[in-house]
Design a protein. Structure first.
Length: 329
């Protein structure tokens, strides 16, 4: 059976420290690329395959954008988002669907309550129940449906791995990462997910994060548009108080988390980090990625440290703070 790296191949990335006692440890692998794409640092086994989960969304968005769908600004950002389902997020997704009169029922992602607490409370009070458009991946699905309309591809089977759209997504992934997946599966939202190494993921994200809308090549122009949209619309990519949004808005990075402990981040100068925390937890992922960028000289350490209270790294005990999640690399 194909699988990711084992604990024996991982390194400790962070600990949970409460009242001076280390009560939990997070191990994983990571890789750091310099602005020119060369390897600066390698931890654990970044050559091992991982399911990138939602960090594949930028590639999926580019596949739609190069298949006849014009996405700019907030519309591009929602196509690559793992949004928290606020009213503004839902409005953006509805706007995409309305372009071609696509019904919400065509969305293939599962019905869900919003992840944002305030939006979830409002949804419960309204009695509307779970809705597909509130699901964290609905923006990506809306963009995929638009690509199907633009190319006369069938809507009802757009999540099938053999569908022309999914073939296009796979082509984009392979073109940007330079690696063929060693395994494929189904992500939580129903889309195909493809296993590649952290090294390949870093290479692909680096190419997106350093692309420019002025590129002479169409696919890299769209990648540049997407990277710019993410950096200018951090609230869309995740939501209020979410680590990705905080890092984007405060530090100007291109940041995207994926389920099961995956994180990718590109600093303004192009330095790129990808990592996987092996136990699947995301609570230390942003902090580890930011530390790696600080160590590489790509971000200011004091600016990153100032974000500690906003990244959920502090541990409470009664009415006080008694510890924190601490990066150990």
């Amino acid at each position: 059976m194909t699988e990711t790296f084992r604990y024996t191949d991982a390194v400790e990335l962070a600990v949970v420290e409460r009242s001076g006692f280390v009560e939990s440890r997070h191990a994983g692998s990571a890789i750091v690329l310099a602005p020119d794409g060369t390897v600066l640092r390698s931890l654990g086994d970044p050559a091992a395959p991982v399911f990138p989960r939602s960090t594949l969304k930028p590639f999926q968005a580019i596949a739609a954008m190069t298949s006849g769908v014009t996405l700019r600004g907030e519309d591009a950002a929602i196509a690559t988002a793992s949004h928290s389902g606020t009213a503004r997020h839902v409005e953006l997704v509805r706007g995409l669907l309305a372009r071609e009169g696509i019904p919400e029922s065509a969305l293939g992602c599962p019905p869900s309550y919003p992840q944002d607490a305030e939006a979830r409370d409002a949804a419960v009070r309204s009695g509307a129940g779970k809705q597909r458009i509130q699901m964290t991946c609905s923006g990506k699905h809306a963009a995929m449906l638009l690509a199907c309309v633009a190319n006369d591809w069938p809507l009802e089977s757009y999540l099938d791995p053999e569908h022309p759209l999914q073939k296009r997504v796979l082509d984009v992934i392979e073109r940007f990462t330079g690696e063929r997946p060693v395994a494929s599966g189904i992500d939580g939202c129903g889309t195909p997910v493809h296993a590649i190494s952290l090294t390949a993921l870093a290479r692909g994200v680096h190419r997106i994060g350093t692309s420019t809308p002025a590129s002479p090549f169409a696919i890299f122009r769209e990648a540049g548009v997407l990277a710019e949209a993410v950096r200018e619309n951090g609230w869309v990519v995740a939501g209020p108080g979410q680590p990705d949004t905080v890092a984007i808005d405060r530090l100007g990075v291109f940041s995207k988390f994926g389920a099961e402990g995956i994180m990718v981040m590109v600093a303004p100068n192009g330095t790129t980090v990808t990592l996987k925390i092996l136990d699947g937890s995301l609570r230390a992922a942003s902090a580890v990625a930011l530390r790696l960028l600080v160590d590489a000289g790509a971000l200011d350490g004091s600016a990153v440290e100032a974000l500690t209270p906003e990244l959920g790294l502090l541990l409470s005990g009664g009415d006080g703070i008694v510890g924190r999640i601490r990066v150990t690399i």
